[in-house]
Design a protein around this ligand. Structure first.
Ligand SMILES: Cc1cc2nc3c(=O)[nH]c(=O)nc-3n(C[C@H](O)[C@H](O)[C@H](O)COP(=O)(O)OP(=O)(O)OC[C@H]3O[C@@H](n4cnc5c(N)ncnc54)[C@H](O)[C@@H]3O)c2cc1C
Length: 416
C-alpha cells in the first residue's frame, strides 16, 4: 500500500479500517542465500539495500526480540554529518544525503527534521578545533558556520551566558543536522525490505553460527537451524557475544548509554544543542519532550538501563548550561548497549571466515549512520568489495595501527 496525504484523509473519513499490516510474519525457511542477524536499524537497512540496489531476494533478518526494540528505538535521534577525519567524513556525508531522500525512498514519514545542530565551545583551543572541523566539513561538501558568542545567543537565547565555569565562546552550526523519528526509521526500512521479499523473522534468537572448513554454512536459532550461503552479524551492543559464536574475538567493548525525556512542553528548543565539555546534549521532540543525554556509564555492561551517578552528572550539566531546565519534570530514562571500538569508529568488513560478515562498532553514534551503513554493507556482501565510502572501516585496523580516532583520545573504548 502506498502512503500519501490523500490516503490518510480517506482512511480518516472511513474509520481507519483499510490499513494493512506493514510487514508479513513468515515462518523461517530451511535455507536462505543471506541471513542477517539483528533487526535493528543497520540490519534492516542492509536487507533493504541488498534487495533494492542489488536485486537479491532470498534474504532473512533474524531478530531475537521485536524489530526496533534495540538501540535503533532507544537513541536520541540526532542525525548529522560533522566528522573530521577522512574515512569518516565521506561516509557520514553520504549518509546525510541518503537521509535527505529517505522519506521518498521508503514512502514513509520518518519525521526527518533538519533543525540545525550547534556544538558549543568554551575556550580558544576548542574554537581552533571546531574551526578545523568546520573546514573539513565544508571541504567534504557539507555545511558548517562558525558562530561567535552573540551568534549563538541569537539562536539559543535561553542558555546561561553568565556562568563562568564554562563560558560560551561560540559554536559550530551545522544547519543540515537535526533529528529523525527513530523507530519510524526501523519500521520504514522493515516495510521496504518486506515489500521486496525479505523475510523479517522476529522472536528468533541466533544461538550458534555454523562453520565448516573455514566457511559459514548457517545458524542455529531458537526456532531451529537455518542454512545460509552468507551470514551478516549486525547486532550492535551484542556484537562481541554473537561473534564469539563463530569463535571470533572482536575489538569491541559493550557499555551502557542513558538518555532522558521530560514531560511534553510547548516549543522551546528548536535546534539540537551539544555541550560536549559538560557531557550534555539536548533537543525537543515533536511531542514536546526535552530529549537529552550525556556520556557512557563508564563501565562495561550488558544492562539496558543506566546508573544513578551518571543521571546526576547529566542533570548537573543540563542545569549548568540552561538553568530553565530545572523547571521541567523528567518523565523517563532508559539505556542502550553501545558497541564501543578502541578508536570510536565502526567496522564494516568481511571476517576471516568465508561468507561471514560483520557490521558493528557504532559506538554511540550509529543512528545517523543507518542509511549509509546498510548501503555499504549491502555493497560489500553483494560484490565482495568494500564500498568507497566505507573503505577504511576495516576489522584489521586495530592490528595494523590504521586507526580512525576522530576525538584523538587514544585507544580506549570508553573515551570515544
Ligand atoms: C541513549 C542512546 C542515545 C543515542 N543517541 C544517538 C544519536 O542521537 N545519534 C546517533 O547517531 N546514534 C545514537 N545512538 C547510537 C545508536 O542508537 C546505535 O549506534 C545504533 O542504533 C546501533 O545500530 P542498530 O540500530 O542496528 O542497533 P540495534 O537496534 O541494537 O540492533 C541490533 C539488534 O540485534 C538484535 N540481536 C542481538 N543479539 C541477537 C541474536 N543473538 N539473535 C538475533 N538478534 C539479536 C537485538 O535484539 C537488536 O534488535 C544512541 C544510543 C543510545 C542507547
Amino acid at each position: 500500500m502506498r502512503y500519501s496525504g490523500l490516503r490518510v484523509i480517506q482512511q480518516g473519513l472511513t474509520g481507519n479500517r483499510g490499513w494493512k499490516p506493514v510487514w508479513r510474519s513468515p515462518e523461517p525457511k530451511p535455507e536462505y542465500d543471506i541471513i542477517i542477524i539483528g533487526g535493528g536499524g543497520h540490519g534492516l537497512s542492509t536487507a533493504f539495500y541488498l534487495a533494492k540496489n542489488h536485486g537479491l531476494k532470498n534474504i532473512a533478518v533474524l531478530e531475537k526480540g521485536y524489530l526496533g526494540g534495540g538501540n535503533v528505538g532507544r537513541n536520541t535521534t540526532i542525525v548529522r554529518a560533522n566528522y573530521f577525519l577522512q574515512g569518516n567524513s565521506e561516509f557520514y556525508s553520504h549518509s546525510l544525503k541518503l537521509w535527505e531522500g529517505l522519506e521518498d525512498e521508503l514512502n514513509y514519514n520518518i519525521m526527518h527534521s533538519q533543525r540545525g545542530l550547534i556544538n558549543l565551545f568554551h575556550s580558544d583551543g576548542q574554537r581552533d578545533a571546531f574551526v578545523r572541523r568546520g573546514n573539513a566539513m565544508i571541504n567534504q561538501g557539507d555545511d558548517a558556520i562558525l558562530l561567535d558568542r552573540e551568534g549563538v545567543r541569537a539562536h539559543l537565547p535561553y542558555l546561561d551566558y553568565e556562568q563562568t565555569r564554562f563560558p560560551i565562546y561560540g559554536g559550530l552550526y551545522h544547519p543540515r543536522g537535526g533529528t529523525a523519528r527513530h523507530d519510524a526509521v526501523a519500521w520504514g526500512y522493515a516495510r521496504g525490505a518486506d515489500a521486496r521479499g525479505v523475510d523479517l523473522i522476529q522472536q528468533c534468537e541466533v544461538t550458534g553460527i555454523d562453520v565448516q572448513n573455514g566457511k559459514v554454512t548457517g545458524v542455529q536459532t531458537t526456532r531451529g537451524a537455518i542454512r545460509a550461503k552468507k551470514v551478516a552479524m549486525i547486532t550492535a551492543g551484542r556484537s562481541g557475544q554473537v561473534a564469539a559464536m563463530a569463535g571470533l574475538r572482536l575489538p569491541v567493548e559493550s557499555h551502557v548509554l542513558q538518555a532522558f525525556v521530560t514531560e511534553g512542553l510547548k516549543p522551546v528548543i528548536d535546534h539540537v544543542v551539544s555541550f560536549g565539555m559538560g557531557h550534555f546534549y539536548i533537543s525537543q521532540s515533536d511531542k514536546g519532550g526535552l530529549v537529552f543525554g550525556g556520556d557512557l556509564d563508564f563501565h562495561a555492561s550488558y544492562a539496558q538501563r543506566g546508573n544513578l551517578p551518571m543521571a546526576e552528572h547529566v542533570m548537573e550539566a543540563g542545569m549548568t548550561l540552561m538553568p530553565m531546565i530545572g523547571r521541567a519534570k523528567v518523565l523517563r530514562s532508559w539505556g542502550g548497549i553501545m558497541d564501543m571500538t578502541p578508536d570510536g569508529s565502526p567496522i564494516i568488513d568481511k571476517t576471516p571466515i568465508e561468507g561471514l560478515f560483520i557490521d558493528c562498532g557504532w559506538n554511540y553514534g550509529g543512528f545517523k549512520a543507518v542509511p549509509a551503513s546498510g548501503w555499504a554493507m549491502a555493497h560489500l556482501m553483494a560484490t565482495g568489495q568494500p564500498h568507497e565510502t566505507a573503505a577504511k572501516f576495516r576489522l584489521n585496523r586495530f592490528a595494523t595501527g590504521h586507526l580512525l580516532d576522530e576525538e584523538g583520545t587514544g585507544s580506549q573504548h570508553n573515551l570515544h
